[in-house]
Design a protein around this ligand. Structure first.
Ligand code: THU
Length: 162
């Protein structure tokens, strides 16, 4: 028997004011696009904005459905549109924000499990890691250097080929 360890570091900022101009701009884009969410059921509007390696910016927001499982998270809406508009182009940085009509929006939220799986595969197929900025409408901001860190021991296409 031997023990393995998983460990990662991320940055914590007290507010958006401490970010670089470019990161602050992207987080603002994510905040703004929360307003394009269709979230009549949860009232939890999520926005994501990504800077691609070709310089383009792609955004997404969550799109819910009366049949709840048919709903889509902001991150996966963004990944699908990035991949459809600019196939094979990697993402340099993605900012994720939210506006919660039922409560506070002052703490960063982190992508759900399904989105982590999608982020991971997007990184693999574009051969580029995705830097993630997480922040609410105000308050602390987290910067995670690589989306891959959020899903250790993940299931991948490699497993299907073994
Ligand atoms: N949601 C996202 O869009 N991204 C996340 O990372 C977490 C959750 C959405 C899904 C649903 O429309 C609403 O937030 C409440 O779960």
């Amino acid at each position: 028997m031997n023990r393995q360890e998983f460990h990662f570091e991320y940055e914590v900022y007290d507010s958006m004011d401490e970010l670089t101009e470019e990161d602050a701009w992207l987080l603002d884009e994510a905040r703004e696009v929360t307003q394009n969410a269709y979230a009549p059921y949860s009232k939890f509007k999520v926005g994501a904005a990504a800077k691609l390696l070709n310089g383009e910016v792609v955004k997404g927001s969550n799109q819910e459905n009366a049949s709840f499982p048919a709903g889509l998270c902001a991150e996966r809406v963004l990944l699908s549109s990035a991949s459809s508009l600019f196939p094979k182009v990697g993402i340099e940085t993605m900012a994720i924000s939210y506006d919660n009509a039922n409560g506070e929006s002052g703490q960063p939220i982190s992508p759900c499990g399904i989105c982590r799986q999608s982020l991971k595969e997007f990184e693999t197929r574009t051969n580029h890691s995705i830097r993630i900025i997480l922040g609410g409408m105000h308050g602390k901001v987290f910067v995670i250097p690589n989306a891959d860190f959020l899903l250790p021991l993940s299931f991948t296409g490699e497993d299907l080929r073994r």
